[in-house]
Ligand binder design. Structure first.
Ligand code: SF4
Length: 298
């Protein structure tokens, strides 16, 4: 169950909200401004990507696992949650059922891969010894500039001493150096929002890579989070410039392999559609399922 932690709504009266940014969409712009445009400005729907949906399924199981009494949180119990959680996802988004035929995938093997990712989780943490303070926590704050930052944190742990750990699960493999910066940016973004909400710098940021069974840990400090704030402000200025000029550069990279917009991308001989009128400089509240693969699982 998602919980919410946000600045008092009165805060919006103190500073006009000039825009909204989440780590995923910030990451899109850093990766490829044209990809950001297609998702946020044009709001072009994307097909569910099997890897992304599997990530969503594994996240759902790991969230529900902590509903069980501590002693029952075993690998077998996690696997038993796969079927019911998959059925819940299909009930919420019926088009997911067609994903296997469209992608030529074997449903049983795809579900087995989800099970293997969950097995990997148990090599990294023992959930019987953990009591998360929050799971799937929606956080939101408005910076002094009026830029609203928001996102979903997979798990927040709070030690008896009050120290905070921010945990994010990744169903991809641990990033190579070029992607590590982006993964850490996402975690620092969450840490910045929590710091602004709670007045405490999280003690640890922990990325749990289920694809290859690795943990990535980082200890942020205030200087880090101030630098992250300057970075998101600069990023927002760059996004605003692109909105004003209509220049959304395409930036080819490994991400293109999974991009749903190749047919309309100049890099692949396509032409972007005419720009719609941008009256709302925000971003969609919910990223498409495929966004998770592009944003989180590389
Ligand atoms: S195909 Fe590549 S360059 Fe084109 S929009 Fe997608 S990510 Fe950007």
């Amino acid at each position: 169950m998602t919980t919410t932690e946000a600045t008092d709504t009165d805060r919006d009266d103190q500073a006009t909200v000039i825009g909204t940014l989440s780590p995923s969409r910030a990451g899109d712009f850093m990766t490829c401004p044209l990809l950001y445009r297609f998702r946020v400005i044009d709001r072009i729907p994307e097909r569910p990507a099997p890897a992304a949906v599997r990530g969503t399924l594994v996240h759902a199981v790991l969230e529900r696992l902590f509903d069980l009494p501590a002693g029952d949180r075993t690998a077998a119990a996690a696997r038993e949650l796969v079927g019911p959680q998959w059925e819940r996802l299909v009930a919420e988004t019926p088009e997911l059922a067609a994903m296997f035929d469209e992608a030529g995938l074997d449903r049983g093997e795809w579900l087995a891969q989800a099970g293997r990712l969950l097995d990997s989780y148990f090599t990294l943490e023992d959930p019987r010894r953990l009591e998360p303070a929050q799971r799937e926590l929606y956080v939101e704050t408005v910076l002094a500039s009026g830029l609203r930052l928001r996102g979903y944190i997979d798990r927040v742990d709070v030690a008896p001493t009050g120290e905070i750990r921010v945990v994010d699960y990744k169903t991809g493999t641990a990033p190579r150096a070029e992607f590590e910066r982006r993964a850490l940016f996402q975690m620092k973004f969450y840490a910045l929002v929590l710091w602004r909400l709670r007045g405490t710098v999280p003690r640890q940021l922990q990325l749990v890579y289920l694809g290859n069974g690795e943990l990535l840990r980082y200890t942020p400090d205030e200087a880090d989070l101030r630098a992250t704030e300057r970075m998101v402000e600069a990023l927002w200025r760059a996004i605003k410039r692109a909105m004003e000029t209509g220049e959304w550069r395409h930036r080819p990279s490994r991400i293109c392999e999974w991009c749903d917009h190749k047919a309309r991308c100049p890099e692949f001989g396509g032409t972007p559609p005419p720009l719609p009128d941008v009256t709302d400089p925000g971003e969609p509240a919910d990223a498409p399922l495929s966004a998770r693969a592009l944003a989180d699982d590389v």
